[in-house]
Design a protein around this ligand. Structure first.
Ligand code: KIV
Length: 277
């Protein structure tokens, strides 16, 4: 770990984070954090906190729209969320997730969807899930000047095919993931996200490629780490995946605020004279 301050410490004064910055961070052995964001307040708070990369994930499907999985969200639903995040931020690199069904059919379909996210929503890059079958898509985007992050390991859009939320890349399957990461780098991906893969396999992938790896449930050896913000900040209820760490208990904070408000309205103590014209 470097003992120099991160170039992204003074969030507001810095120029936009760009792909070469992330590659340079890998060269220098500096790790970075990525969070999901789906609206203006979360985006601006995370940017002010020094998060260099924001992902407007298809996890908005579960975390914003209340669906059971990421499969339901559409391009038309995700575009306004990406637009909110990219309009609000000044320095974070904003990545738009390509929703299920919007890119798998062909490289052409993928290109047209990615262009919508760049033109209509102001995304700086896109992310797509899958293995080497996605190489034509990644190649097409890279050749068209659209930065693309590949997402390997557990790919939630394939949960039904994969038999649910399961760790990927165990045993002999590890080589498949290492090969896929190498192939994505050769095809022009700027980074590889690795989800729910044993730590030693994620380390091997990280060592095998010169582009940054971003881990979620993939141990500490990736170049970067990502979490869904509602998980990280303690808004989510129920059983959490093992890889989630909660850094706050925002659910209790909001619960207390809302119940205090309700109680004061009920008691007639809000609004007071100071809130009245
Ligand atoms: O959509 C999402 O939130 C993701 C996670 C892996 C961060 O892709």
């Amino acid at each position: 770990m470097s003992d120099q301050p991160s170039p992204y410490d003074n969030a507001q004064q810095l120029p936009r984070v760009r792909i070469p910055h992330l590659k340079q961070m890998k060269v220098e052995g500096r790790k970075w954090a990525m969070l999901t964001a789906y609206d203006m307040y979360s985006a601006s708070i995370f940017e002010e906190a020094g998060i260099p990369v924001l992902l407007v994930g298809d996890s908005a499907s579960n975390n914003v729209f209340g669906n059971e999985s990421t499969l339901s969200i559409t391009v038309d639903e995700l575009i306004p969320l990406v637009r909110a995040v990219s309009r609000t931020t000044r320095r974070a690199l904003v990545i738009a997730d390509l929703p299920f069904g919007s890119y798998q059919a062909s490289a052409e379909q993928c290109f047209h969807t990615a262009v919508r996210f760049m033109k209509e929503a102001g995304a700086h890059a896109v992310k797509l899930e899958g293995g080497v079958e996605m190489l034509p898509q990644v190649e097409k985007l890279a050749q068209s000047g659209i930065p693309v992050m590949a997402h390997i390991g557990f790919t939630p859009q394939m949960e039904h095919q994969l038999g649910g939320y399961r760790v990927q890349g165990r045993g002999e399957d590890a080589q498949r993931l290492i090969d896929a990461a190498r192939a994505f780098e050769a095809a022009g991906a700027f980074a590889v996200l690795i989800e729910m893969v044993p730590g030693d396999v994620a380390r091997a992938i990280t060592e095998a490629v010169s582009i940054p790896t971003v881990g979620i449930g993939a141990g500490s050896e990736c170049d970067a780490q990502v979490l869904v913000w509602q998980d990280m900040a303690g808004l989510r209820t129920g059983r959490l995946p093992r890889f989630v760490k909660q850094y706050a208990d925002l659910r209790s904070v909001l619960h207390t605020a809302a119940s205090d408000f309700a109680r004061e309205v009920d008691a007639g103590t809000f609004p007071g004279p100071e809130h009245t014209f």
